[in-house]
Design a protein around this ligand. Structure first.
Ligand SMILES: NC(=O)c1ccc[n+]([C@@H]2O[C@H](COP(=O)([O-])OP(=O)(O)OC[C@H]3O[C@@H](n4cnc5c(N)ncnc54)[C@H](O)[C@@H]3O)[C@@H](O)[C@H]2O)c1
Length: 309
């Protein structure tokens, strides 16, 4: 099985690559390292430093004859997308179409695509949200990722290119970036372990559906062998946890008494998010196995190990 993983030097993509390699798949990574980390690259994967929008990727797909493309590369920053909507659309929409065109031309069997549930649903009006929940993206990054889903539907209807779009919940775990405004658990782990107070935007009562990265990986593993035509699936836990509760759990594990500093809510902060995952369970025979307690333990251990290096 030959698989191309785009964004394979990123947080989620690099974990997917590790698992695919351990399963014996022949993996090539395409990543331009714009937000990825070269140290996360699995040495057994072939690596092409390349932008998903460039023509060379079409040659690569033609030469390598991949069975599957797993597309994790994206412009993921919501604020950046508001300030730079053209660049966001270039990467997320044009880059994805570039892959889809090549996939059809070179007879790739299926494509697995990462997407962002909160950017697509916007403010939820019922909980947990089914895939049919109204789509109310409020930032260009949500509009662009939702647009890619429409293209996947087009490519299935017209060219029989099989696809899954995974609408991830809030993913956390080792390798998550902690130096941006995204990735609450990583940021809190890093701050709390350093003995620094944490800033919470809003009351901290806002909830998220937090899923451990290995559970996201297992969905991507199931997608390799499962049979499907064109699916859009939520990947989360269906459990809501507040930001305040997350901080309490990390403080307890780190034996810390740091304080929370509340600041006014950021522009694009949903009040509650939580995903219905029945469809993913049925289609993929998948379910999340790591509970929050265990997942945060593993994440805290990871950040401790970074501090010891
Ligand atoms: N992390 C989360 O909580 C979360 C939640 C919902 C959805 N997602 C989705 O999962 C996917 C992966 O996210 P992540 O958290 O691993 O982000 P990440 O930034 O760690 O990984 C993205 C990777 O794509 C690469 N990349 C970006 N633009 C590129 C381009 N033009 N050409 C080639 N490579 C490029 C980056 O260098 C990086 O390695 C994204 O589609 C994201 O929207 C993530």
């Amino acid at each position: 099985m030959k698989i191309l993983v785009t964004g394979g030097a990123g947080f989620i993509g690099s974990h997917i690559v590790d698992e695919y390699i351990s399963m014996g798949y022949d993996v090539t990574v395409v990543d331009n390292l714009s937000s990825g980390n070269q140290h996360f690259l699995n040495p057994k994967a072939k690596f092409e430093k390349m932008d998903i929008c460039c023509d060379k990727i079409q040659e690569l797909i033609g030469d390598e004859k991949f069975d599957i493309i797993n597309h994790q590369a994206a412009q993921v920053n919501k604020e950046y997308s508001s300030e730079n909507p053209i660049e966001d659309a270039r990467i997320n929409i044009i880059g994805s179409i570039n892959l889809l065109q090549s996939a059809v031309k070179h007879k790739v069997e299926k494509i697995i695509v990462a997407s962002d549930s909160s950017a697509i649903y916007g403010e939820q009006y019922y909980f947990p949200a089914h895939e049919n929940h109204q789509k109310r993206p409020v930032v260009p990054a949500g509009i662009s990722q939702y647009t890619v889903e429409r293209y996947l539907s087009y490519y299935w209807n017209n060219f029989r290119l099989k696809s899954i779009s995974f609408r991830y919940a809030n993913v956390y775990g080792p390798r998550q970036k902690y130096d941006s405004n995204k990735g609450a658990i990583a940021i809190f782990c890093k701050k709390i372990l350093a003995g620094e107070d944490v800033v919470v935007y809003g009351t901290g009562k806002q909830t998220r559906d937090f899923i451990f990265v290995e559970d996201v990986v297992s969905a991507n593993v199931q997608a390799v062998t499962s049979s499907f035509n064109h699916e859009v699936l939520n990947i989360g836990t269906a459990i809501e946890t507040s930001i305040n509760d997350i901080i309490s759990i990390i403080k307890e594990k780190a034996n810390s008494d740091i304080s929370i500093i509340n600041e006014p809510s950021e522009l694009y902060d949903e009040v509650r998010t939580c995903l219905d995952i029945k469809e993913a369970k049925a289609v993929l025979k998948w379910e999340p196995l790591c509970d929050l307690d265990e997942g945060i333990d593993l994440t805290v251990d990871y950040f401790k190990s970074l501090d010891n290096k």
